[in-house]
Design a protein around this ligand. Structure first.
Ligand code: AHM
Ligand code: MG
Length: 335
């Protein structure tokens, strides 16, 4: 059974950039993931559950574990000396790593949601980390600028997530398929458990917070009714955890669609383009699926600011295409 490190070395010819950098990036990610996993597993016994009392840049209540995970990732990336800057869902501005001493050395930029699915932290339901890596655009001789972080998703060189669930799994892509590794907690090692993950042909599950139904656009409402219709392979099964990584991971394995649309209250939806949608969209496409904002490809959206939100639809190619058709019909009807 391959460890994550062995798998990277075995497949080194498929990664365009240096294998050593990739190993270092993963060394940081694994280190932080293990530390967070440990805290998540004993959260009820420590002081780590509940809110910090602080409202984050998203205007949302920051949980203690959100804050802990953010700090762990920053420290971990600092210690491996491979990244020059990080933007995190938990921080208003991007963070320089190493500042001047690293100028001319490190070219990797990380965008991260350190702990996604905050509403599930205190209730023992799966939560996750989502990460995304780019190459800096600016010259290595000058300080980083915001443009280094505002890159289209199609420029990602690595993305992935870690689920802290019934087991802890790390899933990633570098543009050569999607591979999953399960943590064996007894030895602290990630082993290859899910090689070449791919959306199955079967259309089975739809995942959406139907509590918001009345606020959805007509095209989304019509699609929900279509999912529930008794016809062909329908009705589909509804499954919604409220943790993007958990919902996405299940749908990728069993066949399904995840939808977080715009609503009457949130015209841009809820999810963040850079920390959540782009990394999951890269994985989706690599697994043979489709990721869209309802009209266009997520990976082609030009980011304008760090904490930008977008409606998000991802999953089995045919299901996402079908939903896009429903949205198009409504757009044309409203012209
Ligand atoms: P978070 O980053 O504050 O945790 O929010 C993101 C999460 C996603 O994981 C999940 O799919 C969605 O928010 C659930 O939102 P809602 O509770 O509105 O359905
Ligand atoms: Mg999040």
């Amino acid at each position: 059974m391959y460890t994550l490190g062995e798998f990277i070395i075995e497949n080194r010819d498929r990664f365009t950039y240096s294998t050593e950098s990739l190993l270092r990036l993963f060394s940081s990610i694994k280190l932080a993931a293990k530390a967070i996993n440990k805290e998540v597993n004993k959260a009820g016994l420590t002081e780590k559950i509940g809110s910090t009392g602080i409202t984050n840049v998203q205007g949302e209540n920051q949980q203690k574990l959100d804050n802990f995970a953010h700090k762990v990732f920053i420290e971990s990336f600092k210690s491996r000396n491979v990244v020059c800057g990080i933007a995190s869902e938990e921080s208003k501005d991007f963070i320089l790593i190493g500042e001047n001493e690293n100028i001319g050395q490190n070219k990797y930029i990380v965008l991260i949601d350190p702990l996604d699915g905050s509403s599930n932290i205190d209730v023992n339901v799966s939560i996750g980390t989502i990460f995304s890596v780019y190459i800096r655009k600016s010259s290595m001789q000058i300080d980083l600028s915001i443009e280094d972080f505002l890159q289209k998703g199609n420029q990602q060189i690595l993305s992935g997530y870690i689920i802290y669930g019934s087991s802890t799994i790390l899933v990633y892509t570098t543009g050569n398929g999607v591979h999953g590794f399960t943590l064996d907690p007894s030895v602290g090692t990630f082993y290859l458990s899910h090689p070449n993950l791919h959306f199955p042909k079967i259309e089975k599950i739809y995942s959406i917070n139907e509590g918001n139904y009345e606020r959805f656009p007509k095209g989304i409402k019509n699609f929900i009714k279509y999912c529930q219709e008794k016809k062909e392979s329908r009705p589909y099964t509804a499954r919604y955890i409220g943790s993007l990584v958990g919902d996405f991971h299940r749908n990728m394995i069993q066949g399904g669609i995840y939808i977080y649309p715009q609503t009457a209250h949130s015209p841009n939806g809820k999810l963040r383009l850079l920390y959540e949608c782009n990394p999951i969209a890269f994985l989706t496409e690599q697994a043979g699926g489709k990721a869209s904002d309802g009209k266009k490809r997520i990976l082609d959206i030009e980011p304008l600011y760090l904490h930008q939100r977008t409606p998000f639809i991802c999953g089995s190619f045919s299901m996402v295409s079908k939903l896009e058709e429903f949205i198009k019909i409504e757009t044309n009807n409203n012209k």
